[in-house]
Design a protein around this ligand. Sequence first.
Ligand code: AMP
Length: 362
Amino acid sequence: MINNPLPPGSTIGIFGGGQLGRMLAIAAARLGLKSHIFSPQHGSPAFEVASHQTVAPYANLEAVKEFASAVDVVTVEFENIPLDTYEHAAKFAPIAPPPTALAISQDRLAEKKFLTSHNIPVAPYLEINKETDIVSAIYKLGPDGILKTRLLGYDGKGQIRLGANIDPDAAIKAYSGEPSIFEKLVPFKLEISCIAVRDYQGNIVFYDCPRNEHRNQMLAESHVPAGVSEDLEKLAQAYTAKIAEKLNYVGVIAVEFFALAGATETPLIVNEMAPRVHNSGHWTMDACHFDQFENHIRAIAGWPLGSTKRHSNGMMVNLVGHDMDRWEEVASSEGAILHLYGKTETRAGRKMGHVNYLYEKE
Ligand code: AMP
């Protein structure tokens, strides 16, 4: 907990050195705050824009102690930071978001249980611990579903899509043996997300919900406005507020939803939540005066939150893998606002940057 706003010159400690850490550090620098990045990887994209770096495994608790003792608040850019590491940091510096938020979003089963315990709808699912569980899950929920590992799953990682024409034997063969869930395929009309920011006093504000399009189970585009009813956006915000309140959350939180077609008792189902800034909020960098990165820094540093108002309509397009080769063409295209993450190696499926396009608000 931070009672007084951290003055300019203070240092934000960030676990994780990817593009989200990089954009957080840039936002902090704009406010006269320094960043110290802790990442196990040499050459992490966030290092280039931060005043201090620690390269050490997350399990190195001596390094964690040194890092947390040198900063004024600790946060994460990635939910899969080992819980022991994050809790150890908390002995030497204030931390935000709370560790429970990480614990829940690290484990798909814990996340589903947390959400259902608060009457927030999720896709029907069953726990998978052994091969025969797959057969009984298919029997109970039908074959149209996705086998998802409980841990370390994001951007479609650790997922096997099943279906009527997939032989359960093939599914069993593909099953890693890791604790997993089998989740029924949701016939959604579209996907939206809610990005909210909550401060230490419990004030919460929301960005407009973007509509998200995925390719290969990875976010490809976000559009604002989403083109959904005001009621649906309000419902997404109400669910997000409930999640944030129950977690006593501080910082930016993102919740991804499936919106179902037609009149239904459950128009929205939560897909997953992320206790951090989120790819589907990157349009805020150009379509809002205060983007998600600045608002995360403001929240955790105990500063007043910035307005989440959007001055333009917008579209965000991810540059994934060799999309990056088009950088020069994008850079010369009028109205394309290019953000590159400084990654030296282009790999298939790797997020290399994104482009924001703005349109006049009617
Ligand atoms: P995830 O990694 O769980 O966020 O999944 C990535 C994407 O896969 C989602 O954004 C959806 O497009 C799709 N997906 C995941 N779970 C389901 C589901 N139960 N029903 C339909 N589509 C899904």
